[in-house]
Design a protein around this ligand. Structure first.
Ligand code: GDP
Ligand code: MG
Length: 598
C-alpha cells in the first residue's frame, strides 16, 4: 500500500482487560479471519498461551480496512502481553508503531499496568486511542472509569470510545479513530533500506523467521541483505506478512510490518534489535537498538537424564532467539551434575521457559530454587557478580553485598491501604509516596528488594486486597544489604543446589520454615536423614526425616500379585522427578520448597 494508507498500532492494557478479545473482533469485523476459522484469542497461538489465557509473545497481523471515507487502509495490529514480566515485549512492539489503543476494563478501572503501559507508549511518542471495554457488563461503570482515564492522560474524558470486545459494539469506531488520529509511518521510500527486527522465531525447517518493520526503502525477495550489528550477510528467501498465517509477497516497503526468512539457522546471526539493510544500497546509520533487558531472577536447570545435556543446550539456544530476555551459562552442581544457570525476568517467565523446554523440546528437567542476582565487593577491592547462592564468596572475603531494588507502584481501593503498607513493611519496603487517582483509588509507591517480590508477593497482595490491588515495578538499582548465605545439609552433607541468600534478620525464621518443609517433602529412606540449615558452621535449624519402618510392598506378600506390581509402578512414577544427592533421594519439589516458604 502507499505510505499514506498505512497505520501501525498496538493494543495495550492491564492483563485481562480485553486486548486479545478486541484483536479477535477486529480480525473478524475486517474479514481478515473468516468466521469459521475464528476461535477465541486467535493471536495467542502458542499452546501455553491458550491454556493459561495470557499473551506471551507479541503478534503482528496485517488488517485491510475500508474506512467510512471510502478509502482502504492497511493496518498492522500488534497484540502485546500484559504481565509485568513481559514489559520488554511491549516496548519492542511499541517501537514498531505510531499509535496505541489503550484498553481499560470499564468494570475494573485503571490498574498498575494500565499506567505503566501508558507511560511506555507516551515515551515512545505514540498517539493514544483510549477505550473503555466491557461496557456490556452489568457491573460496568463507564463514568467513573472515564474519569480515572482522563486523570491519567490529562485529557477530557468525553473522547474515550466505549466498546465491547465481546459484542463488537464500538469496535469500528476504534478503527475509524486509528485511521483518523494515528499518523502514517514517516520513513523515506527513496533512502537506503532499513528495517528493525522487533521479534523473531525459530522454525526447525526454515531457520530464523525475523519479524520486521521497514523504516526506509524497500526490501525485495531475493535481495542480498546485511544485519548491521552482527555483520551477517544473506539473501532473502521469503518475505511476507501475517494474516495471521504467513503470506509471502514480492516486497515490503516503507512502514510495512511483516517477516523475512533467509535460511540462516544460527540464531545469534539475526538478532532482535538489529537493523537490516541491503548490500546494493547499504544504510550507514543503524536504527536505535532496544533497551537491553537484564534478567532479574536466576535458577539452575538440570536434565534429569544427564545424557540430555547437549539437547538442553540446543533447546536453550533456540529459545533464546524467540525470547531475548532469557540468558544462560553452564553450571555444575555437586548435587545435580551438569546443567545451566538461567536468567529470567520474573517467576512467570521462568515458569513459562521451563514449560516450553519440557513440552516443545521434550526434556525432563530439575529446576533449583530461584534467586535474584547479587553484586559483591571483596575485601581486596574486586567486584563479582553472583548468580547462584552457592557461588557466594566466603563471608570473610566479603566487604559488601548489594541486591537489586525495585520501585513498586501499587494501585488499590483506599480501604486496603493499611493492609498493603503492612505487607510492604514486612518485606523490608521503604515508603516513597502516595497519590489519589480518584476519591477511592490510591497509588502507593514503595522501594523494595526484588528478592522480597519475586516469590509470593503478588499472591499476598491479591489475597490481602480481595484481588483488587494491582502491581507494577521497575528496577531502581543495586543497594547494599545485610545478607547471608544459608546452607542446607542433608545427612551432614551440604547440598549446593539448596543454598540460598537471605537477609540476616530473617535467616533463623527462614531456616526453620525451610527445614520443616524439606522434612515433609523428602521421602523416608532406609535410615534417618537429618536436615540442617546453617550459616557458615553455625546450625540455625534442624529436622529429621525418620527411616521408614517397613518395605511398602511387605503388606502385599502372599496377596494379589498384580496389586503388588501396581504399587511398585506407582512408586516408580513418584520417583520420576528424583535426584540422588549423596545418599539421599531428593524430589523436585524440595528444590522449589522456597517458593512456599515465607
Ligand atoms: P487480555 O489479557 O487483555 O488479552 O484479555 P483477554 O482478551 O484475554 O480477555 C480477558 C477476559 O475478559 C476473557 O475472559 C474475555 O472473554 C473477557 N472479555 C474481553 N472483552 C470483553 C467484553 O467486552 N465484555 C465481556 N463481558 N467480557 C470481555
Ligand atoms: Mg491477551
Amino acid at each position: 500500500a502507499d505510505q499514506q494508507h498505512i497505520r501501525n498500532f498496538s493494543i495495550i492494557a492491564h492483563i485481562d482487560h480485553g486486548k486479545s478479545t478486541l484483536a479477535d473482533r477486529i480480525l473478524e469485523l475486517t474479514h481478515t479471519v473468516e468466521g469459521r476459522q475464528m476461535r477465541e484469542q486467535v493471536l495467542d497461538s502458542m499452546e501455553l498461551e491458550r491454556e493459561r489465557g495470557i499473551t506471551i509473545k507479541a503478534q503482528a497481523v496485517r488488517v485491510p480496512y475500508t474506512a467510512r471515507n471510502g478509502e482502504t487502509y492497511q493496518l498492522h495490529l500488534i497484540d502485546t502481553p500484559g504481565h509485568v514480566d513481559f514489559t520488554y515485549e511491549v516496548s519492542r512492539s511499541l517501537a514498531a508503531c505510531e499509535g496505541a489503543v489503550l484498553v481499560v476494563d470499564a468494570s475494573q478501572g485503571v490498574e498498575a499496568q494500565t499506567v505503566a503501559n501508558t507511560y511506555l507508549a507516551v515515551d515512545a511518542g505514540l498517539e493514544l486511542i483510549p477505550c473503555l471495554n466491557k461496557i456490556d457488563l452489568p457491573g460496568a461503570e463507564p463514568e467513573r472509569v472515564a474519569a480515572e482515564v482522563s486523570e491519567l492522560l490529562g485529557e477530557p474524558g468525553d473522547e474515550i470510545i466505549r466498546i465491547s470486545g465481546k459484542t463488537g459494539e464500538g469496535v469500528l469506531d476504534v478503527l475509524e479513530a486509528i485511521v483518523e488520529h494515528v499518523p502514517p509511518p514517516a520513513g523515506d521510500p527513496g533512502a537506503a533500506p532499513r528495517a528493525a527486527i522487533f521479534d523473531s522465531e525459530f522454525d526447525q525447517y526454515r531457520g530464523v523467521i525475523a519479524y520486521i518493520r521497514v523504516v526506509d526503502g524497500t526490501f525485495t525477495k531475493g535481495a542480498a541483505i546485511r544485519a548491521m550489528a552482527a555483520g551477517t550477510e544473506a539473501d532473502i528467501d521469503e518475505i511476507g506478512f501475517f494474516t495471521p498465517a504467513m503470506t509471502p509477497v514480492d516486497q515490503l516497503t516503507v512502514g510495512e510490518v511483516g517477516y523475512l526468512i533467509t535460511g540462516i539457522k544460527d540464531v545469534t546471526r539475526l538478532r532482535v534489535g538489529d537493523t537490516l539493510t541491503t548490500k546494493a544500497h547499504p544504510a550507514t546509520e543503524p536504527l536505535p537498538g532496544y533497551r537491553e533487558v537484564k534478567p532479574m531472577v536466576f535458577c539452575g536447570l538440570f536434565p534429569i537424564n544427564s545424557d540430555e545435556y547437549p539437547d538442553l543446550r540446543d533447546a536453550l539456544e533456540k529459545l533464546t532467539l524467540n525470547d531475548a530476555a532469557l540468558t544462560w551459562e553452564p553450571e555444575t552442581s555437586d548435587a545435580l551434575g551438569f546443567g545451566f544457570r538461567c536468567g529470567f525476568l520474573g517467576l512467570l517467565h521462568m515458569d513459562i521457559v521451563r514449560e516450553r523446554l519440557e513440552r516443545e523440546y521434550d526434556l525432563e528437567l530439575m529446576a533449583t530454587m530461584p534467586s535474584v542476582g547479587f553484586e559483591v565487593t571483596l575485601t581486596n577491592g574486586d567486584e563479582v557478580e553472583v548468580h547462584a547462592p552457592s557461588d557466594m564468596p566466603d563471608p570473610a572475603r566479603i566487604a559488601e553485598i548489594r541486591e537489586p531494588y525495585i520501585r513498586a507502584s501499587i494501585l488499590t481501593p483506599k480501604e486496603y491501604v493499611g493492609q498493603v503498607m503492612e505487607l510492604c513493611q514486612d518485606r523490608r519496603g521503604e515508603h516513597s509516596g502516595m497519590h489519589y487517582l480518584s476519591a477511592d483509588r490510591v497509588q502507593i509507591s514503595y522501594d523494595l528488594p526484588l528478592a522480597e517480590i519475586v516469590l509470593d508477593f503478588f499472591d499476598q497482595l491479591k489475597s490481602r486486597t480481595r484481588g483488587y490491588a494491582s502491581l507494577d515495578y521497575e528496577l531502581v538499582g543495586m543497594r547494599p544489604s545485610n545478607l547471608v548465605k544459608l546452607d542446607v545439609l542433608l545427612a551432614g552433607d551440604p547440598v549446593d543446589a539448596l543454598s540460598m541468600v537471605v537477609h540476616r534478620d530473617k535467616a533463623y525464621d527462614f531456616g526453620r520454615t525451610l527445614t520443616e518443609k524439606l522434612r515433609k517433602l523428602i521421602p523416608r529412606q532406609q535410615y534417618d536423614v537429618p536436615i540442617q540449615a546453617a550459616i557458615g558452621s553455625h546450625v540455625v535449624a534442624r529436622e529429621t526425616v525418620k527411616a521408614y519402618r517397613k518395605d511398602v510392598t511387605s503388606k502385599c506378600y502372599g496377596g494379589d500379585i498384580s496389586r503388588k506390581r501396581k504399587l511398585l509402578e506407582r512408586q516408580k512414577e513418584g520417583k520420576k522427578r528424583m535426584k540422588q544427592v549423596g545418599r539421599v533421594e531428593v524430589p523436585q519439589e524440595a528444590f522449589l520448597a522456597v517458593l512456599e516458604v515465607a
